[in-house]
Design a protein around this ligand. Structure first.
Ligand code: SF4
Length: 239
């Protein structure tokens, strides 16, 4: 049941985050590049990282849009929420990821288009490692914009001690990529510059979208991570 206090945090109209203050996290860039945790790149790679992280950070424009919707109904495989234009029902492994949710953050976050343009130019000129670093920075910047959404909402909900669940995105862990169409529908066009192709891929490519539940912190903490119940032992997205 949604409490009276949580209801005041419902935001049906899209909220925009148009900048991310946090600098690029080099450890995350290395993770996207596939470096094992704790392994230090050699001096040549470190110099390339320094150069191309700085350039990609300067070209990136991390942004995000989000809404906070009231959950109307949920089951093992679906969650229904209200948005400004009516009702939306997402399908997927809801029972694993969002079963405790009283409110639902729907977000889209992006690194902006210029990072992947730079990566393409580098790739075309044969600078493959530089292109990989720039692409990794793009992924990190999109995730940083998503983190900024969670931080903004966390700050807003501090007074009622609500916490976010893990994010759950179309195309992952049992949610069809076509759920993107519903996800984008709730923004009514205000998606921080991100668009969907007919095959439901996001443009710019370095973008992330998804659902995050909100519930009392003690309920979220007591909930078992969906990854702990999952049989995909070699999944590199395990959290
Ligand atoms: S282990 Fe991987 S596939 Fe399984 S729930 Fe976690 S992220 Fe999804």
């Amino acid at each position: 049941m949604k409490t009276a206090t949580s209801a005041q945090f419902i935001q049906l109209q899209p909220q925009l985050i148009d900048a991310v203050a946090e600098p690029v996290d080099e450890g995350e860039v290395l993770r996207y590049l596939g470096y094992p945790i704790g392994r230090t790149p050699n001096a040549r790679i470190q110099e390339m990282l320094r150069l191309w992280i700085a350039e990609a950070q300067q070209r990136s424009r991390p942004q995000a849009a989000f809404v906070i919707l009231p959950v109307l109904e949920k089951g093992n495989n679906r969650i229904r929420a209200q948005f400004a234009g009516g009702e939306v029902e997402f399908k997927g492994a809801i029972g694993q990821f969002l079963s405790v949710s009283e409110l639902l953050i729907v977000f889209v976050a992006t690194a902006g288009p210029n990072v992947e343009t730079l990566a393409s130019e580098l790739m075309a000129s044969g600078e493959e490692l530089a292109a990989m670093i720039v692409n990794a920075v793009g992924a990190e910047r999109a995730e940083a914009a998503e983190a900024a959404v969670i931080q903004r909402v966390h700050d807003q909900l501090r007074t009622i001690d609500y916490a976010p669940t893990l994010p759950y995105s179309p195309g992952y862990c049992g949610m069809a990529i076509t759920e993107q169409q519903k996800l984008f529908q709730v923004f009514e066009g205000r998606t921080a510059g991100v668009t969907l192709t007919p095959s439901c891929l996001m443009q710019p490519i370095k973008s992330v979208s998804g659902l995050i539940g909100l519930a009392p912190a003690e309920v979220v903490e007591a909930d078992i991570s969906p990854c702990d119940r999952c049989e995909h032992r070699n999944c590199n997205m395990r959290r």
